[in-house]
Design a protein around this ligand. Structure first.
Ligand SMILES: Cc1cc2nc3c(=O)[nH]c(=O)nc-3n(C[C@H](O)[C@H](O)[C@H](O)COP(=O)(O)OP(=O)(O)OC[C@H]3O[C@@H](n4cnc5c(N)ncnc54)[C@H](O)[C@@H]3O)c2cc1C
Length: 381
């Protein structure tokens, strides 16, 4: 019996388990491990924050997994030892023939001193989104700052779409003219692609949201309500941050990384350890001076390549599915309008990224992005 062990049941882990479960027959044991009870797509947190849907409504429980031949184990992964080919968890140890690490990126609010003391408001975790909703609703005057506290972070357009929607919400509540809105970002532009950056900047301008660039926040002076930068400070009355991200502690403590995120092959996502792969947000995959963005669509694309590589190694398929780092992200422009970003980083001679819309068609496509995944991976949505 050969053992395939998949760590993390997010986009990358679920897609890997789906592909292998459908293609591998008797003679293989597939185990999927995650510490959580339920899956939800990233943008569902934004809906929960604005009160459009409840946490329960956006969640698919792992007890309802629809994956063939896959055993789900709810456990905390505590150590990964690629020399011994063994993983330790709160539910015991697992040995493997193939290992797929899909543990995502963790949030580290404490990496910005003073941010937790400022309220630590964020919408990148479900708990943060639930907590932030009523805080936003009761904010009626002063300076609102949305600060990106470190890069890379998940879904680069997400903070912008949230800013547009918060603006809408303040308008609907009749308080927008008493609120100054600012976005504070570490880089020179919202995203590296010039056309997409221009579109995001224009949408901020149209809403009178000031964009403060090249602003690396070193700490927050919570007592005096100031963001502290090397050469200046920025006042706020309500601060919402995109916390610094990093690889999960169990990955950082393993031999899979020298420092930072796992850097597997861009051809088949295999690490320097044979039969050990890494997909999704836990990886760093170069694109010029930057990297493939952290998004569910790219994690899934990587998972499809890993599935094909394992099948090739097992003599069950002839050719590898080339990893193109290809994906589509939908994002809200406010007032219900939806645009879409298409990217393909490795498929052609050079990286391609386009921004289309807004279009009514994309409203339906965005809904389908979520329901098609939940429908494929779970018995009930
Ligand atoms: C606000 C927001 C909006 C977004 N919008 C989009 C979008 O529109 N489109 C898009 O493509 N992406 C979007 N994303 C990004 C997307 O959610 C992530 O990029 C995606 O989830 C990454 O998939 P992954 O499989 O690498 O990791 P994850 O989905 O994060 O899964 C990792 C899993 O590992 C588990 N885990 C971690 N450590 C341990 C441990 N020690 N023990 C056990 N289990 C562990 C976690 O519980 C988790 O379930 C958004 C993200 C946010 C925050």
């Amino acid at each position: 019996m050969k053992r395939v062990l998949i760590l993390g049941a997010g986009f990358g882990g679920l897609e890997t388990a789906t592909g292998l479960g459908a293609a591998l027959g008797d003679g293989y044991e597939i185990t999927l491990v995650d510490k959580r009870d339920a899956f939800y797509v990233g943008f569902a947190k934004i809906d929960v924050m604005f009160g459009h849907r409840s946490e329960e409504a956006v969640s698919s429980r792992y007890t309802e997994l629809a994956l063939e031949r896959v055993r789900f184990v709810k456990a905390e992964i505590t150590a990964i030892d690629p020399d011994a080919r063994r993983v330790e968890t709160s539910a015991g140890a697992f040995d493997y023939d193939y290992l797929v690490v899909a543990l995502g990126a963790d949030l580290n609010p404490g990496a910005t001193p003073g941010f937790p003391e400022s309220g630590g408001h964020e919408f990148y975790s479900m708990a943060g989104a639930v907590r932030l909703g009523p805080v936003m609703e009761s904010f009626s005057e002063g300076t609102f700052v949305l600060a990106i506290l470190g890069a890379p972070y998940k879904c680069p357009p997400a903070p912008y779409e949230v800013a547009y929607q918060i603006h809408d919400r303040f308008v609907a509540r009749g308080v927008r003219d008493r609120i100054t809105m600012k976005m504070v970002i570490p880089g020179p532009r919202p995203v590296p692609n010039p056309a997409v950056a221009t579109a995001l900047e224009q949408l901020l301008q149209e809403r009178n949201i000031e964009l403060v660039t090249k602003a690396s926040v070193s700490s927050v002076d919570a007592a005096n309500k100031k963001l502290v930068l090397a050469d200046r400070s920025i006042d706020y009355d309500l601060l919402v941050g995109v916390p610094v991200h990093g690889p999960p502690a169990v990955v950082r403590a393993s031999k899979l990384v020298d420092k930072g995120y796992i850097e597997p092959s861009t051809i088949n996502l295999e690490t320097k350890y044979p039969g050990v792969y890494a997909v999704g947000d836990v990886t760093k995959l170069p694109v010029g001076d930057a990297a493939v963005p952290k998004a569910g669509a790219f994690a899934e694309d990587a998972a499809r390549t890993v599935v094909s590589d394992i099948l090739v190694k097992e003599g069950l398929r002839d050719a590898l599915v080339k990893f193109e780092a290809r994906g589509t992200c939908y994002f809200e422009l406010g007032s219900g309008a939806v645009g879409k970003v298409n990217a393909n980083y490795y498929g052609g001679d050079k990286p391609v990224m386009t921004l289309d819309g807004p279009s009514d068609e994309y409203i339906a496509q965005k809904k389908d992005f979520e329901s098609s995944r939940r429908g494929r991976w779970f018995k009930t949505q």
